[in-house]
Design a protein around this ligand. Structure first.
Ligand SMILES: NC(=O)c1ccc[n+]([C@@H]2O[C@H](COP(=O)([O-])OP(=O)(O)OC[C@H]3O[C@@H](n4cnc5c(N)ncnc54)[C@H](OP(=O)(O)O)[C@@H]3O)[C@@H](O)[C@H]2O)c1
Length: 330
């Protein structure tokens, strides 16, 4: 296939580019040339800005456009409209955050709606904006459009502070702080996602797909992390109360911990995508690959380490909370 990726050089787009190139497809990357320039010399690089300068895309044709870098409907409309008769299919990377309540949400569950349709506040209205982007793709492409709704994405090149922050803290000996051991955790390896999306395009799948793994439990995740790091580490499981009173940030603070009332967020229904041939690699493989990348590259990346410092608890704060936990009056 001739494949266009709008973006393609940070995380999800990199896995898409690598999966496509390895499968022998012809790949074109369209971006501003700022993030990871020259990463894939075997791909064609087109330079432009998806918000206002799409000239490099004009007069060209592709079998499919993957859009992993869209957050605003106004901007997604620009590429989706321009490419309407130039690509066979349009695949938008949306999010599981589209749902009002992800708890066991399937693809027909209620979606978030923007109170103010002109709002472009991405941090505040991330899920509702993704819904609006999806609507653009559905409106323009119908059965040629696919809206992929990933849960937390993990793997090499991860630019978020979640799994990298968790692995940074566990990449040493000592006592580690955690929430409840049986909390559900749901995630998808970016490369598994890319491999399935390529298959989905070839199979002509369309519409919305929740795209994440089967939920596992926190203790399964953390035991696997310790097995992979090989560090002499102990885990102290605590509870929501102590993490809340110490202002630990949900999700990023101690690695995927969320309070009980938010746990539905990691229990979306994935029946449709598994029935459509999605397969996930073993958790241990995911952690092994991600840690190897972090040790070689990610932990040296200033931007990533700054995000971790901003969102995850420090080692000093972790020690303080652990001391408070051990000294609590029961
Ligand atoms: N991380 C998660 O857990 C998670 C969960 C659910 C959904 N998602 C979704 O997954 C996607 C992740 O995307 P990613 O960042 O990893 O994708 P990516 O395609 O790997 O990286 C973003 C790309 O967009 C390009 N770009 C940024 N602004 C641009 C502009 N104005 N014009 C043209 N190109 C532009 C960047 O290159 P230049 O800077 O060079 O332009 C870069 O190539 C997002 O849609 C996110 O909402 C993530």
């Amino acid at each position: 296939m001739d494949i266009l990726i709008i973006g393609g050089t940070q995380f999800v787009g990199r896995h898409l580019a690598e999966a496509a190139l390895e499968a022998g497809h012809k790949v074109t990357l369209f971006n501003r040339g700022k993030t990871g320039p020259g990463l894939y010399p075997e791909a064609e690089a087109l330079v432009g800005d998806r918000d206002g300068n799409l000239d490099a895309l004009k007069g060209r044709k592709w079998d499919v456009a993957f859009d992993p870098s869209g957050y605003l409907p106004r901007v997604v409309r620009q590429s989706a409209e321009l490419l309407k008769d130039a690509v066979g299919r349009y695949v938008f990377i949306s999010s599981i955050s589209v749902y009002v309540d992800s708890n066991n949400a399937d693809e027909n569950s209620p979606l978030n709606v923007l109170d103010d349709p002109t709002s472009e506040d991405i941090p505040k209205h991330y899920g509702a904006l993704k819904v609006a982007c999806e609507n653009v793709v559905t409106e323009l492409y119908g059965e040629r459009g696919l809206n992929a709704r990933p849960g937390f994405i993990v793997g090499q090149y991860d630019s978020s502070p979640r799994m990298p922050g968790l692995l940074w803290r566990y990449n040493r000996e000592g006592e580690r702080l955690a929430g409840l051991p049986h909390q559900p955790v749901q995630m998808i390896h970016s490369r598994d996602m890319a491999d399935w999306l390529l298959k989905a395009v070839e199979a002509g799948y369309h519409g919305a797909y929740n795209l994440t793994g089967h939920p596992i439990q926190m203790n399964q995740l953390l035991d696997t992390v310790i097995e992979v790091t090989g560090e002499p580490t102990t885990i102290t499981y605590t509870d929501d109360e102590i993490l809340k009173i110490n202002d630990v940030q949900p999700v990023d603070g101690v690695g995927y911990w969320v309070p009980l009332e938010a746990q539905g967020y990691m229990q979306a229904n994935v029946d449709k995508v598994f029935a459509a041939g999605y397969t996930e690699r073993p958790l241990k493989q995911t952690i092994t690959e991600t840690l190897a990348w972090l040790r070689k590259d990610g932990f040296q990346n200033t931007a990533l380490m700054e995000k971790i410092a901003a969102r995850a608890i420090s080692l000093e704060k972790e020690a303080e909370i652990l001391a408070a936990w051990h000294n609590r009056v029961i």
